[in-house]
Unconditional design. Structure first.
Length: 134
């Protein structure tokens, strides 16, 4: 077998490996209703922070535990447990995308993406995105 054939086979094998790993790591967007129907499956949920309910973060007790409530696009609310620190300016977020899975009617979150108003916008309406992972 020629060296060029061997090189092409290796490149194809690596490409297939990359494609398979990205497909397994991706998840789909859903509502809390869908995540409840499929516990253990990882989803992205788009929603907004329920600022009327309690957010709990006590770094002295457990620095990697933050709980809050999110209302999804269909109006369903769920308690969210994030295994990480509370993001800066979390209360100011306009929209939240949380990634994780539903277990026992609680959404276990491993990543938060926040859409916040930018603090450097000079009076114009700009949006700043930030991601937080556990």
């Amino acid at each position: 077998m020629k060296k060029s054939h061997l090189l092409v086979i290796i490149i194809i094998a690596v490409s297939i490996g990359v494609i398979i790993s990205t497909l397994q790591d991706s998840s789909t967007y859903a509502t809390f209703t869908k995540t409840s129907a499929n516990p253990g499956v990882e989803y992205h949920v788009i929603g907004s922070l329920n600022k009327e309910k309690e957010m709990h973060y006590d770094p002295e007790e457990n620095a990697n535990l933050f709980t809050f409530y999110v209302v999804d696009k269909s109006g369903v609310e769920s308690k969210v447990i994030f295994g990480g620190t509370k993001p800066q300016d979390f209360e100011r977020s306009e929209q939240i995308v949380i990634q994780g899975k539903m277990e026992n009617n609680v959404f276990l979150c491993n990543k938060i993406l926040m859409k916040c108003p930018s603090k450097y916008n000079n009076g114009q309406e700009e949006v700043e995105f930030s991601a937080v992972e556990s």
